[in-house]
Design a protein around this ligand. Sequence first.
Ligand code: EPZ
Length: 426
Amino acid sequence: MDRIRIRGGRRLKGEIPISGAKNSALKLMAAALLTDEPVVLRNVPRLADIAAMSDLLMQFGVNLNIRRGEKLGQGDVVRLHAAHIESAFAPYDIVRKMRASFQVLGPLLARHGEAKISLPGGCAIGARPVDYHLKGFEALGAEIELADGYVLARAKGGLKGTTFELPFASVGATENLMTGAVLANGRTVLKNTAREPETQDLGHFLIAMGAKISGLGTNEIVIDGVEKLSGVEYAVMPDRIETGTYALATAIAGGEVELVGAQVEAIGALIELLEKTGADVKQTNRGVMVHRNGARPRAADVTTSVFPGFPTDLQAQYMALMATAEGSSHIRETVFENRFMHVPELARMGADIHVHGDVATVNGVATLKGAPVMATDLRASVSLVLAGLAAEGETIVNRVYHLDRGFERLEEKLSAVGADIERLST
Ligand code: EPZ
């Protein structure tokens, strides 16, 4: 199994190209099920999760071709053609490995009238139920049955427009319901919806296919169902979590890195926080420049929340920065109930962190020490890579398959800016 070796202490300098957003690309691919015409997606990142979604869609009868981007950060071009839907069955083995598979429910119900999708179950970061998705589809007129770990959903006469208020602004439920409602009969009003940039990207993609949607980026989305959607060519938005991760890497290691292609408006909460810790962040005509001089970062508190708040997907990486900061900070996680698995691993590297309920208190230390570590999810794993950049000596990050799910060519991107990092294949 591959491992990543980092020898800490190098400052970073240069540029990193930002890839397309995993959490947008996966949903756009699922939404290609909504039309019998070809859909072409550009700027698709090369990741294990994208390969898993491709396999699932091919099982439904989608014809899928990939043209590989050659340069670092260029992105693949993926052509998806769902001329006929041959099966609407998503087995446990796939959904268990990648929860985003559950996002095919909306498109399948809308286009095919039925689907059998495995319940995802819990995962390393929390219980993560799908009750809001199911209540929403029931409100849209679907019959939902749960049997043997599967959701059987039927909407034989088609979904019907309705008003539905989400109990929490869930990203996945907003997106799943949106992709169902675009072909429903009549008007759907979704209240308390997610405002995340990836949710907006999905909405813009659906509009480009002919959907009638208003209110994207607000907490009320109105969708007027249409008869049919058409094919489209569309570029996936840049990944704001990858952007934030490399911004934090620069703040941890010190140096100056331009994140080419990054969208500044998608990382507003992070920029504000980075500035409090002593880093400089500037918009450039190609993206964002992050700079930190030799001084130690300063401690600053943060609470994760829905967009435009500070994203839970950057909490572990920010904790790695705080682990080396001057002073103590409190990091509160409010989106997932169990997202501190990186704490014991950071402690192996000499970090001083205590967790009480949903708050981690981080007492910054002057130096972290390299160690063998591993993590159980993607963002936690990358936080250990970031800590390794600042640590004295050698850090080996095990279970690299987590990183491969969500960070395209991570070691190449970091070594291009001067980090001493390599993949060890065993
Ligand atoms: C998306 O997950 C992302 N995944 C996550 O990124 C991200 O952390 C999360 O949004 C929050 O921003 C993808 O886009 C593929 P939610 P999602 O529904 O949609 C509870 C990564 O590392 N909830 O907004 O699953 C839920 O348990 C991943 O790339 C219910 O209770 O997140 C959680 O506590 C990790 N019932 C909260 O809401 C439901 O029916 C937010 O979940 C749905 C959600």
